[in-house]
Design a protein around this ligand. Sequence first.
Ligand SMILES: NC(=O)c1ccc[n+]([C@@H]2O[C@H](COP(=O)([O-])OP(=O)(O)OC[C@H]3O[C@@H](n4cnc5c(N)ncnc54)[C@H](O)[C@@H]3O)[C@@H](O)[C@H]2O)c1
Length: 464
Amino acid sequence: MSTYDLIVIGAGPGGYVCAIRAAQLGLKVACVEGRETLGGTCLNVGCIPSKALLHASHMLHEAHENFERMGLTGGKVKTDWTKMQGYKAETVSGNTKGIEFLFKKNKIDWLKGWASIEGPGKVKIGDTLHETKNIVIATGSVPSALKGVEVDNDAGVVVDSTGALSLPKIPKSMVVIGAGVIGLELGSVYARLGAQVTVVEYLDVITPGMDGEVQKQLQKTLTRQGLKFVLGAAVKGAEVAKGKAKLTYALKKDDSEHVLETDCVLVATGRRPQVEGLRLDKIGVGMTDRGFVKIDGHWATNVPGIYAIGDCVPGPMLAHKAEDEGMAVAEIIAGKHGHVNYDVIPGVIYTTPEVANVGLTEEAAKENGRKVKIGKFPFMGNARAKAMMQPDGFVKLIADAETDRILGCHIIGPNAGEMIHEVCVAMEFGASAEDLALTCHAHPTTSEAVREAALACGDGAIHV
Ligand SMILES: NC(=O)c1ccc[n+]([C@@H]2O[C@H](COP(=O)([O-])OP(=O)(O)OC[C@H]3O[C@@H](n4cnc5c(N)ncnc54)[C@H](O)[C@@H]3O)[C@@H](O)[C@H]2O)c1
């Protein structure tokens, strides 16, 4: 039995970052992880492997669609699925081993196994009980189940996001249930690799909650890339026979039933918090009615010395939100001040073009009766985007109508996921649209489009 200042349960982006920050602040720290490798969903079966497949399939798309126009000729580039899987695995292991190195460097004990909490200060793994002053629950989330659609990742016909990363072969056709982040990212991968992809979504729009103009532009662009969309459709069930699936859905507008036959169904209808086996009910940790761990403004549960962060607590299920909470709670446990600004958490969809957003949408401003001004700039007017053959999309900046303070930004276009951060920094410092407009931006960069959108909040953009 060992005594720690802090035991973090779960080594995903929330948990491992929390452990590292706590160790840096002088605490004796252990992190429990039952998976063979560190890094949680994000590094093992989420953000990182999907980005490897997105990158490789984007390169293929470029080779097929744009190389010749750029004067790059030669044999037709083909996909070697086994090699691509190897590249994905290498990307993952490079990152997970990196966390192992960071744990050693920061003298963090990796307690291997699945933990349960026996009471405040008591964490059990197998038959071993570990004592600790504080516990942080960072156990993340798992894909939600969908009634009537049974996932079997090993069979590879009806899969969730984990199974979709390692399909035995590239399917000729795929039906994606859910036009959210996962559905569109992985749907894009397989569409670029040659599958006929149909996305079936319950709502009448894709990417619910996002800026309406971005939703429309993204749907238009992905449709041009070959994805088909069936919106306003409720999935009734899926049957598997002879290595194929039959998916039945009903259109909400007239209740008519339709069947899609496909090689593969990807269920991407959201994720739910993962807390099974922790014994939270036995030790009286309060939960929300949607199954998340209930916390106060300092990530503390109702049981003294037990905190929770990341996907298992309410809020957006994003790795970077979990990381920020991990750092903040470590600071609090170490007797310092920890803070997360939930108004400035960016979101990115890694399709091509990328979609990125932060803060208020035009729709939310209208709903709240908040007066805003909107500066919009199309990438068609951006020299760099045109040189990259990616002139689709725009930057939309939202500022307070009276004070000019930046309240939000919505980008669809090349490098959107990188560009959003200058707006995040501006918002963090309470900057106005004019502050951004007065900041010199290097030419030619796609970031100039952000400045132009800021100029459009004032006297006008130059290049439209
Ligand atoms: N790039 C990123 O930041 C990233 C990548 C992957 C996952 N994530 C996070 O992981 C979580 C899960 O992602 P996700 O894409 O599974 O969920 P999501 O909540 O983003 O989207 C799920 C979609 O499925 C639809 N849906 C739900 N039930 C349905 C049904 N029965 N039939 C048809 N459509 C249905 C919803 O309306 C919604 O559009 C999200 O919180 C997401 O933010 C983020």
